[in-house]
Ligand binder design. Structure first.
Ligand SMILES: NC(=O)c1ccc[n+]([C@@H]2O[C@H](COP(=O)([O-])OP(=O)(O)OC[C@H]3O[C@@H](n4cnc5c(N)ncnc54)[C@H](O)[C@@H]3O)[C@@H](O)[C@H]2O)c1
Length: 352
């Protein structure tokens, strides 16, 4: 995996695509970063994107209802893809095809086939394609990863996710809104904290009778991971009561003991007899601010550093596709009722 770096000593030109909830969180990050310039903003809803730009005091910022127009007109170095998941493939491939690097919101794509063709497009273009998994930068997650590294080989990892949520309107159009949109945060976090990759999964996805979603908003899944680790996930987006954090609540067991994390700042360890392990403490946030969406600034920093130095960032597409493969395999298992392998790469080595 190699991508072309940008050596010129100038700020990087960025275009945001999508002016919904998360696009409006990314805009201030591009405006704040000393090495990025926001040079355009696209959304299929032109009024929405104009209003968003005006709302940030940017009446002269070029806006368009077409990403293609801004790719041509503003010659960006990168785009931030903040569109709905169904548009991720088209927008990302369009940018890569013009030699423009991509920082995308999760999930990379809706299907694994789409994702494989996006990774192939990045390879062909020799451009950086990174998916922002903002939870990876949470101080609590970093401390938990460091703590688990001291437990010896892990045997069990579990996360509960329980949030009563009525979110963006595109969610109500999905058959499995929890697995298709949210679960990737937890699945990617499982990879991040354990260092293990997925092997296979058995999953059930369903709709409890009280749910306000028409699709399946609740799921239980058991993943076999490399090293024999089992990662289990219980999640619901319409659970009335005992809400967890937005990054779930976690427990892991290894040779030297067990460790819990509340998904926020609280970590505890119960060491095995004779072991003396203490939890790592979360470090202070590097980009604090009550109104800032956690983890975006750190992701942008890794992306910019990667474009300058060639160092692959977390979420680089060849790695991130493994988290998406956990989602798509879980969906397949839920639909077929059997355990299925998690295969991020093309099954027979042919290109997408
Ligand atoms: N990291 C996180 O915690 C987090 C939080 C919220 C959303 N997200 C992700 O961000 C993405 C967007 O979510 P949202 O809540 O902002 O949705 P949203 O519906 O609020 O906004 C999406 C915007 O994309 C626009 N759009 C759709 N197709 C387009 C296209 N082809 N070209 C240009 N614009 C297009 C829509 O008009 C809309 O304004 C999703 O992938 C979602 O999963 C991530």
């Amino acid at each position: 995996m190699t991508f072309t770096t940008i050596a010129e000593d100038r700020p990087l030109r960025g275009v945001i695509v999508g002016a919904g909830f998360i696009g409006r969180q990314w805009a201030p990050e591009l405006l704040r970063h000393p090495l990025t310039r926001l040079v355009g903003w696209a959304d299929v809803d032109r009024d929405r994107v104009r209003a968003a730009a005006d709302g940030f005091g940017l009446p002269d910022l070029p806006v368009s209802d077409s990403v293609y127009a801004l790719l041509e007109g503003e010659e960006p170095d990168f785009i931030v893809n903040c569109t709905v998941p169904a548009a991720h493939h088209e927008v990302t491939v369009a940018a890569l095809g013009q030699g423009v690097s991509v920082l995308s919101e999760k999930p990379m794509a809706v299907t694994l086939e789409e994702a494989r063709s996006m990774v192939a497009a990045a390879d062909r273009a020799r451009r950086l394609f990174m998916v922002s998994q903002n939870r990876r930068h949470l101080p609590g997650l970093v401390a938990y990863r460091r703590t688990l590294a001291e437990l010896g080989p892990l045997g069990l990892l579990h996360s509960d996710f329980s949030i009563p949520y009525r979110g963006a309107s595109f969610l109500s159009t999905l058959e499995d809104p929890l697995l298709q949109d949210m679960a990737i945060h937890l699945f990617d976090a499982a990879r991040a904290v354990s260092g293990a990759d997925p092997v296979s999964v058995y999953c059930e996805s369903f709709r409890p009778p009280w749910s306000w979603y028409s699709g399946n908003c609740t799921a239980v899944a058991t993943f076999e991971m490399t090293g024999g680790l089992r990662y289990t996930f219980n999640g619901s987006w319409s659970a009335p009561g005992y809400a967890t954090s937005w990054t779930g609540s976690w427990q892991a067991t290894g040779t030297r003991g067990s460790a819990r994390w509340d998904g926020d700042l609280m970590l505890t360890v119960d060491p095995a007899k004779g072991e003396h392990i203490r939890p790592h403490q979360p470090e202070p946030e590097r980009h604090p601010g009550r109104t800032r969406f956690q983890g975006l600034a750190e992701g942008l920093e890794e992306f910019v550093t990667a474009l300058r130095t060639g160092t692959p960032p977390q979420g680089e597409c060849h790695d991130n596709i493994r988290s998406l493969a956990m989602v798509t395999a879980a969906l397949e298992s839920a639909r077929t009722g059997v355990r299925v392998p998690v295969l991020p790469d093309p099954p027979t080595g042919e290109g997408p």
